[in-house]
Design a protein around this ligand. Structure first.
Ligand code: XLS
Ligand code: NI
Ligand code: NI
Length: 441
């Protein structure tokens, strides 16, 4: 540890990351400038970055074929000692990066005990440390969540489990995680349905499981109101991995689930890039869909690999894709309680703690650059003008009347025949628009 950073520090950097100046200058922000005003808000308040606990401080670099590659100094000692060291490492990294938020699962911040009561005590002990750090000016909690997928008791799901005692156990775990999230001033509470799905209908009653999941979600919302938690409840869609069929497949599926449970006005979505592409969608599609359905909440910012069909959770660096993301977020009105949470992990060969700094700085800067491009696109209005022109016919009297339900199928047919309508196709101009997009980058 003597070779690592400041006295007592876990990273070699002593002072917060600064502006980098010109390209090729090494570590530093070239685009991220928290105080710069972007469309009426400080850049920091537009982007609302969060660092996640699990990938950054807990994941040891394992993959299905190999063990740990990260020999973290904060892993040393017994599990509670390790948990305390992670708090120190975490708040050191947050300070160096200058991020305003962090996120966690109950089981990342504290080890599971022999009983649920002991697990709860561990969570509360570490939560007290987090509270003190937040109080001392550290970043705030964007969201908390419960890990209802790692322990073998959840192998058949949590809320969707065939055993009601597992449903009950999961509910008890969520209660503590929600209490702690509220106490720490968390702005959202997230439910990712890890194993809420199934492998084969040979052992599964699908309708029953949907009812169970709906009831579970209602319990969470009822409890939120009971304790006066003012944050947003978010569901994070993911189509597969670990489970083959997931009940929270994508934004559209989650919306159906919420409507079925009567919760479409109560719960929003936390959209992750890698999950979007695993579902066969683009990232921006999922954001636009959530916005259209009135359930856009927050983002887990990362990227999947185009050649791999699994959740690689890499740090997002593609400015073009991030620009599309920013345009859709801004069109959705920007974040309220949500933000950009780095649910992202460095590659298992990036073994130095400092690689965590480089990963976050690189991705923060890519998002900032994308936000500035999105600002130009929105202020300029040329792209949105093309979309408006494409639909301009709907602003005419007949377009409005058809949409408002003032015309029947017979009315419409009669008008088409009478006027001898013969609509001619118009170019969608995709390549022109792609070139236009690039001109803002
Ligand atoms: C896993 C999910 C998970 C959630 C929180 O794929 O992304 O990390 O964000 O449970
Ligand atoms: Ni996620
Ligand atoms: Ni993921």
């Amino acid at each position: 540890m003597t070779t690592l950073g400041t006295p007592g520090g876990f990273f070699t950097l002593a002072d917060p990351v600064r502006p980098a100046g010109k390209a090729g200058n090494g570590l530093g922000y070239r685009w991220y400038d928290p105080d710069r005003m972007v469309l009426g808000k400080r850049m920091e308040d537009q982007l609302r970055f969060a660092v996640c606990w699990w990938h950054s401080f807990c994941w040891p670099g394992t993959d299905p074929f190999g063990g740990e590659t990260f020999d973290r100094p904060w892993f040393k000692g017994d599990p509670m000692q390790g948990a305390r060291q992670k708090v120190e490492a975490g708040f050191e990294l947050f300070r160096l990066l200058g991020v305003p938020f962090f996120t966690f699962h109950d089981r990342d911040i504290a080890p599971e005990g022999a009983t649920l009561a002991e697990s709860d005590r561990n969570v509360r002990t570490i939560a007290d440390l987090l509270a003190a750090k937040i109080e001392a000016g550290g970043p705030k909690l964007l969201w908390g969540t419960a890990n209802l997928f790692s322990n073998r008791r959840f192998m058949g799901g949590a809320g969707s489990n065939p055993d009601p005692d597992v449903f009950a156990y999961a509910a008890a775990q969520v209660k503590t995680a929600m209490d702690v999230t509220k106490e720490l001033g968390g702005e959202n509470y997230v439910l990712w349905g890890g194993r809420e799905g199934y492998e084969t209908l040979l052992n599964t009653d699908l309708k029953r499981e949907l009812d169970q999941v709906g009831r579970f979600l209602n319990l969470v919302v009822e409890y939120k109101h009971k304790i006066g938690f003012t944050g947003t409840i978010l569901i994070e869609p993911k189509p597969k991995e670990p489970t083959k069929h997931q009940y929270d497949f994508d934004v559209g599926t989650v919306y159906g689930l919420l409507c079925r449970a009567g919760l479409d006005k109560e719960v929003k979505v936390n959209i992750e890039q890698n999950h979007a592409i695993l579902a066969g969608h683009s990232f921006e599609h999922e954001i636009a869909m959530a916005s259209a359905l009135g359930i856009f909440g927050s983002i887990d910012i990362n990227r999947g690999d185009n050649l791999l069909g699994w959740d690689t959770d890499q740090f997002a660096m593609d400015v073009t894709e991030l620009t599309m993301m920013c345009v859709e977020i801004l069109k959705a009105g920007g974040f309220t309680t949500g933000g950009l949470n780095f649910d992202a992990k460095i590659r298992r060969q990036s073994i130095d703690p400092d690689d965590l700094i480089h990963a976050h700085v690189g991705s923060i800067d890519a998002c900032a650059r994308a936000l500035l491009a999105a600002e130009k696109i929105i202020t300029d209005g040329t792209l949105s003008g093309h979309v408006a022109d494409r639909y301009a016919g709907w602003d005419g009297a007949e377009g409005k009347a058809m949409l408002a339900g003032e015309r029947s199928l017979e009315d419409i047919a009669a008008r088409v025949h009478k006027a001898g309508l013969d609509p001619q196709p118009k170019s969608g101009r995709q390549e022109y628009l792609e070139g236009l997009l690039n001109s803002y980058l």
